[in-house]
Design a protein around this ligand. Structure first.
Ligand code: ATP
Ligand code: MG
Length: 444
């Protein structure tokens, strides 16, 4: 028989030891409530990690909980009242307080909840054993499903019957792998993984936003590639996001981000990791359009869609035998950030495909990144108004055409021609009205 009883103790630290937190618990206690930390914060405290969000479970009904906090002068925001969640804010700290609850009906996506005062029932509706850890303000731990032991051996284990728990909320499949990427040690729990494989089709009914958020959390883990490989192996990703399949390239990109380069300016970048993982059967413009469609289907922001589709195409322009002039030309067109993304993607692509590196190759990639780091975008030293002032062509399309010729000439000469040189060049290269569509003469 599972019971909800004290099982251990930890020494509160960080936010758990803050005066603000003591004030919060005291306000709830004054109204006769019992409140305990739950979920990630207890898990992270057991691992002595930095503590993130503070989730608190409380046996007071949401309206009484709100009143108790307000009475103590604490600011409280009804963030999810119908689910029983309010957010309390004291100074720089914020706390999510959720009334103990049970899921009454579930349909694989949403749950209808009822409030309860039974701690064990609240624990049972949580997903994994180590996510059902509770802790009193003084550090007394309640661990009804032996979650701490699972945490110590890196086992992500469903509470109850895995298949049933997945059918209640299919997003738990992605959570299973996400928590494994952060806390797991191979092998995966076989029963859980098999239940995920069987249930994967249910993920198709989960909203794109929830899937996107989970995927991004997963991609923020230090080394998610192996876990993502498992998600492909257990037919989870192929069912919802078949485009996310390039594990070898992701593996190199994550190694670059976390080990080889370890540069704070580069950092762990979930969108870049997703681009590394993305493969399209299309080529050229169609591949770019495919990438944009994919990013939009995950409800990414316009900026993210743009960056994602650029990353999945621009790396093809980059190779590690480019000379500095060519590097600067790409930097000019892409800008430093997009160029860096392209180099990292190209490096990942190349290393994923080649059996062994060519000597000096990594130094070449590094050199390109250093160029990006030092890049100060120069400006073309002539403008449309210079053309008008010198009456080279009348206002209109010829002006833009002449400017593009000048820019091409300037780039061809490594951005060294100055204003006078470009004016002279343009005076010699006035396009004919009817040859507007001719390509510039001098090309590589
Ligand atoms: P982190 O915030 O570090 O990502 P967390 O464990 O706090 O990790 P949250 O998503 O914040 O995760 O959820 C808080 C707690 O709520 C979890 O620990 C878990 O007990 C429960 N929970 C969250 N989502 C689900 C779900 N889909 N099914 C069951 N329980 C869940
Ligand atoms: Mg949390």
């Amino acid at each position: 028989m599972t019971k909800f009883e004290p099982t251990g103790h930890l020494a509160p630290y960080g936010v758990m030891a803050a005066a603000e937190t003591a004030q919060l618990f005291s306000a709830l206690r004054q109204q006769g409530g019992t409140a305990r930390y739950v979920g990630g914060i207890v898990r992270d405290a057991l691992l002595a990690r930095d503590l993130g969000d503070v989730d608190i479970a409380c046996d007071l009904k949401p309206d009484i909980c709100m009143a108790a906090l307000e009475k103590a002068g604490i600011r409280v925001i009804p963030t999810g009242l119908q689910h029983g969640t309010v957010t309390a804010v004291i100074n720089d700290y914020s706390y999510e307080i959720t009334t103990l609850r049970v899921d009454v009906t579930t349909d694989g996506r949403h749950a209808e909840v009822a409030f309860t005062d039974n701690w064990l029932l609240d624990a049972k509706r949580r997903d994994f054993t180590f996510n059902a850890l509770y802790c009193d303000p003084n550090g007394t731990i309640y661990d009804p499903f032996d979650g701490e032991a699972d945490l110590r051996i890196g086992k992500v284990r469903f509470i109850g019957v895995a298949e049933d728990r997945i059918a209640e909320d299919y997003l738990r499949i992605l959570r299973f792998f996400r928590f494994f990427a952060y806390f797991g040690r191979p092998p995966l729990d076989a029963i859980g993984a098999e239940a995920c494989r069987k249930g994967a089709i249910g993920l198709r009914d989960i909203s794109s936003e929830r899937i996107r958020d989970e995927m991004f959390k997963l991609l923020r883990a230090k080394n998610p590639a192996a876990t993502i490989g498992d998600m492909v192996g257990f037919s989870v990703l192929p069912v919802i996001l078949p485009e996310l399949s390039n594990i070898p390239r992701l593996r190199i990109v994550e190694w670059l981000e976390t080990t080889a380069l370890a540069d704070p300016a580069i950092g762990i970048d979930p969108l870049r990791r997703m681009a590394a993982l993305f493969t399209s059967p299309e080529t050229g413009d169609k591949a770019i359009a495919h990438a944009a469609r994919f990013a939009r289907s995950l409800r990414l922001s316009n900026d993210e869609v743009e960056r994602f589709s650029l990353m999945s195409a621009s790396f093809r322009l980059i190779d590690n035998v480019m000379d500095d002039k060519r590097i600067r030309r790409h930097l000019y067109h892409l800008g430093a950030e997009a160029f860096r993304d392209a180099v990292i993607m190209a490096w990942g692509e190349r290393a994923a495909l080649s059996a062994r590196p060519i000597p000096g190759e990594n130094a070449r990639w590094q050199h390109m990144l250093a160029q990006a780091h030092a890049w100060q975008a120069p400006q073309l030293p002539v403008k449309g108004r210079d053309i008008l002032a010198a009456k080279l062509v009348p206002p209109g399309p010829l002006m833009g055409q002449l400017l593009r010729l000048a820019e091409e000439y300037w780039l061809e000469h490594d951005m060294t021609p100055d204003h006078a040189a470009l004016m002279a060049y343009m005076a010699d290269h006035i396009p004919d009205q009817d040859t507007k569509n001719n390509p510039p003469e001098e090309r590589e």
